[in-house]
Design a protein around this ligand. Structure first.
Ligand SMILES: [Cu+2]
Length: 298
């Protein structure tokens, strides 16, 4: 027994060290890293669900091991004799029905409360972005921000030289209003740990087409269309740039100003370049490419 214990401890240690996981990664149990407060809540649900599953698992594995190791048929036992029977044992059967029910209810309770926290909407979000999806591009409108030099709403649309850039502030409540102008698309930023279909007529489909989140760190994150929407679906990418709140305010200000080189209001990439905030503001993405409009290129 002592040797078995030593070997098991050694195997556990090798498994822990050889995988190279940090403490944080171990507790994440494979859950992807999220960058929003909502993602953190979902992660806690996942972590505790796995811990609960492991506790149940260890008890079940223990019972299997215990009964197969210590309740083998004795050497000289009567081969026709049955082991002790437990059918029609009312307390035991009640226990076997009630306990799983309690477990399901606890899991359901935490799933439902986490879901309602993730989908919760504050009445006055700090920033509102209207997300318009169409074959095969994205448009991001800022209806609540200042108008540009031409008196128009600030809009970002992807072009063949500029990926659609969704610029948002860190630490603020952002509301995304989703709408498609043609087929069903899906707004997905893997780092948000969140995805939602974009419908042409959300109200006709009884769909809640808006959601809110709060990004907790600056960074650039790839966004994708996650609903097969036609030939160039795979190119329907965008990029989220989460800027510190003061940089975001400067970004919006730059969007309202005219670029002397073009005589037009600054585009998203031009405004980011003018911000000069290092890698975060590099006008072109490293992980996504602008949509190539040349249909003979591939
Ligand atoms: Cu799409």
């Amino acid at each position: 027994m002592k040797r078995v214990g030593k070997v098991a401890a050694l195997a556990g240690l090798v498994a822990l060290l050889a995988t190279g996981c940090s403490g944080d990664e171990v507790l994440r149990f494979g859950w992807p890293v999220g960058v929003t407060e909502q993602a953190a809540k979902m992660r806690w649900l996942w972590t505790w669900s796995v811990i609960a599953a492991l506790v149940v698992g260890v008890i079940v594995w223990g019972l299997i091991f215990w009964s197969s190791a210590f309740h083998r048929r004795k050497k000289n036992a009567d081969p026709t004799a049955l082991p002790r029977q437990f059918q029609y044992n009312v307390p035991l059967e009640l226990f076997c029905v009630v306990l799983p029910l309690v477990m399901v209810c606890v899991l359901f309770f935490f799933t439902a409360t986490t879901e309602s926290q993730v989908l919760d909407k504050k009445p006055n979000p700090d920033v509102t972005v209207d997300v318009v999806a169409f074959q095969w591009n994205w448009e991001f409108d800022y209806p609540a921000e200042a108008k540009d030099a031409n008196g128009q709403m600030i809009k970002t649309i992807g072009s063949s030289s500029e990926i659609p850039l969704l610029v948002v502030p860190v630490g603020k409540t952002i509301q995304y209003n989703l709408r498609s102008t043609d087929v069903i698309h899906s707004f997905w930023v893997p780092e948000f740990n969140f995805k939602r279909d974009v419908f042409p007529y959300p109200e006709k489909n009884n769909q809640d087409s808006s959601f809110q989140n709060t990004i907790d760190r600056p960074g650039s994150f790839v966004g994708r269309c996650a609903e097969l929407c036609g030939t160039y679906h795979s190119m329907m990418n965008f990029e989220v740039r989460a800027l510190p709140a003061d940089e975001y305010a400067r970004y919006i200000q730059l969007r309202t100003q005219v670029n002397p080189a073009t005589g037009l209001p600054n585009t998203a990439a031009e405004a980011l370049a003018a911000l000069n905030c290092g890698e975060l503001c590099t006008p072109h993405a490293v992980t996504t490419e602008p949509f190539n409009t040349d249909r003979t290129a591939r």
